[in-house]
Design a protein around this ligand. Structure first.
Ligand code: NAG
Ligand code: NAG
Ligand code: NAG
Ligand code: NAG
Ligand code: NAG
Ligand code: NAG
Ligand code: NAG
Length: 543
């Protein structure tokens, strides 16, 4: 009951934000491919709103039975869309395991064998048989090299050797191309002609291989593309560098495949004050048709002033609540372990890296590229900061709270463009998963060997907080009008394969038979699976 009124409150503060897309979409022809319009996604003329999940490791499974059973369990939950890595780049041919492309000294070679693209063939075919759609991500921003100074990590980290492909950032990606083409900066990936040709050649093979499969939901250009990564960033990389690359690649894929949508896959960072390459024309600002019984709402672009105003208001409310409860804490900072009040400081007039463009991503500009079919954003409050820390909330409430605001802001920004928006990955690291937590910017986590040095475990969610967080993310996503919401990441405790060739996380997982866990796995977590199931019903059926 208390939970219910909490959600009611969340829903009611949405009234000034994006309109929920209509759930009854007019007949739009009978294409069996997922299409995207200003009211959302549709297939065969019926609308498609979904809950999804992520499993980057699916193509590394050795047996078809395991792949089938994993997909079957996902489908039984009512999940409609999965997101996988449709890339697996290596610098030398590995002795065993899945790999899709060898990139070596400026030359790329694609593996079409049974441990190569035939793995993807199997997944696409089985997804089709089970009525699942697949978001195919084509590369990754993150690929730190273990055991070198480039990760800048202390020696203790080097002693943990995880099998290849255990972590989501160990599948190659942008930095692997940069290294093997003899370049220095992460953002050379976006600007080097040689790298672009190699990436387009790979993309073309993948796209043409599946261009007539209705199981492909979209071609996602990259996971979390930005100026910065583990390698250095050149001084010339701006949001426009990243936007231009997306426009180029989206046009390239659109010229090859008329059937499927192209999507971006960025974290969703906004830059309210950046110069735009694809400005939203104010006069053309669309007002999506409201759901039955809902009022048409005004759609306005996100502004810096609004972000600052909302932050001040939420801080004021939290302080008022704390005052009533007699637990008021002043703003402050920790100096050598002691809390120092900074209450007299005026509220900051700046935003932060999620909205100021310093990551090199302007998601609204990318979304307004004509060949980009829908927007995507991510939600990892253990790794990104979506708002200022409020001392009147505990650490986990701070994370959940700023996440809810992040969903609202992202929905508002996409609504101003008039395209559907998908949260393509959300997750909270729990205390029980903490020993497996590896941030995307690292290969080997300090967390895995020495959690105490990093954060107190009470900074991370317990099971009840995770359940409350996931329910409220799904609820907020639904009421903010998202077209899809995808949890990160699926986990399976029932993998039967036993060969040493398989890249299961035997180092960190409690037992073989578990799929890789980078801190977000929900293997064996029936409570979360139930929450996803309910979320899927709410998204599909209308609430
Ligand atoms: C869409 O229609 C085609 C052709 O009738 C059919 O084969 C396919 O199963 C339908 N897809 C869905 C999701 O209903
Ligand atoms: C890399 O390629 C260059 C020119 O293509 C060649 O000169 C060099 O020997 C190659 N290096 C290695 C290690 O194969
Ligand atoms: C990293 O270093 C450790 C300790 O020297 C070693 O056992 C491990 O194999 C190395 N990992 C890689 C991927 O080179
Ligand atoms: C990733 O980690 C490296 C090494 O610790 C650091 O230099 C770099 O700034 C980080 N990148 C981002 C985007 O946080
Ligand atoms: C990205 O890299 C640039 C150049 O090194 C740096 O100025 C900027 O602060 C970095 N941004 C983030 C969010 O790490
Ligand atoms: C922030 O969190 C508090 C406590 O969890 C909650 O009462 C409040 O409604 C939240 N505010 C927003 C804007 O989500
Ligand atoms: C599928 O779900 C069942 C029931 O929860 C479980 O026993 C089995 O191990 C799961 N299989 C896979 C491959 O995840």
């Amino acid at each position: 009951m208390r939970l219910f009124s909490y959600f009611w409150f969340l829903t009611s503060i949405l009234s000034c934000l994006a309109a929920a897309p209509s759930r009854t979409i007019a007949e739009r022809g009978s294409s069996p491919y997922v299409s995207s319009g200003k009211d959302g996604f549709s297939v065969n003329g019926s609308s498609l709103r979904f809950v999804g999940t992520n499993l980057y490791w699916l193509p590394t499974l050795e047996t078809n039975d395991d792949i089938w059973n994993v997909l079957k369990n996902i489908s039984d939950t009512g999940i409609k869309v999965i997101r996988i890595w449709a890339f697996n780049d290596v610098e030398t041919v590995p002795a065993s395991g899945t790999w899709f492309q060898l990139v070596q000294n400026g030359t790329a070679t694609i593996n079409e064998g049974p441990n190569g693209l035939q793995k993807l063939d199997t997944i696409v075919q089985m997804a089709e048989q089970q009525g699942l759609y697949v978001i195919m991500s084509l590369t990754n921003n993150w690929n730190p090299v273990p055991n070198t100074t480039t990760i800048g990590a202390p020696d203790v980290l080097a002693s943990v050797a995880l099998p290849r492909n255990t972590l989501s950032n160990d599948f190659g990606g942008m930095d692997l191309y940069v290294r093997q083409f003899g370049l220095q900066n992460h953002d050379d990936f976006y600007t080097s002609d040689n790298v672009l040709s190699a990436f387009q050649a790979y993309t073309k093979v993948i796209v043409l291989r599946y261009f007539n499969s209705p199981a492909v939901f979209s071609w996602e250009l990259a996971n979390d593309a930005r100026c910065n990564s583990t390698m250095p960033t050149s001084a010339t990389c701006t949001t426009q560098t990243v936007t231009k690359w997306h426009a180029l690649m989206a046009a390239f894929i659109a010229s090859l495949d008329p059937n499927h949508i192209v999507s971006a896959g960025t974290s969703g960072f906004q830059c309210t004050d950046c110069p735009k390459l694809y400005p939203v024309a104010p006069s053309a600002s669309p007002t999506p048709s409201p759901a039955p019984g809902k009022k048409r709402r005004k759609v306005t672009p996100l502004t810096k002033e609004q972000i600052i105003r909302q932050r001040a208001e939420s801080r004021r409310q939290n302080r008022a609540a704390a005052k009533r409860a007699g637990t008021l804490k002043e703003d402050g900072i920790m100096i050598r372990g002691r809390w120092v009040s900074t209450a007299t400081r005026v509220v900051s007039s700046s935003t932060d890296s999620s909205t100021d463009g310093s990551s090199g991503v302007d998601s609204q500009d990318i979304l307004n590229i004509p060949n980009i079919g829908f927007g995507s954003f991510q939600l990892y409050p253990d790794q990104e900061t979506y708002g200022p820390y409020d001392p009147n909330l505990d650490p986990v409430s701070n994370k959940i709270n700023s996440s809810l605001t992040w969903i609202q802001q992202s929905a508002q920004s996409a609504a101003a463009v008039g395209k559907p928006l998908v949260l393509n990955g959300f997750g909270l690291v729990t205390q029980t998963n903490l020993n497996n937590f590896v941030p995307f910017n690292m290969s080997y986590a300090p967390y895995a060997t020495n959690t105490a040095d990093v954060s107190a475990s009470s900074d991370f969610a317990n099971s009840a907080q995770q359940e409350q967080g996931y329910s409220s993310f799904l609820q907020m996503g639904d009421s903010a009008g998202l077209a899809g919401i995808m949890q990160y990441q699926w986990g399976s405790a029932g993998i039967t394969q036993s060969s040493a060739a398989i890249q299961l996380d035997t180092t960190n997982s409690p037992s073989t038979g578990d799929s890789p866990n980078d801190g977000y796995s929900i293997a064996g977590n029936t409570a979360i699976q139930q929450i996803l199931k309910q979320g899927a019903q709410a998204m599909a059926g209308g609430s």
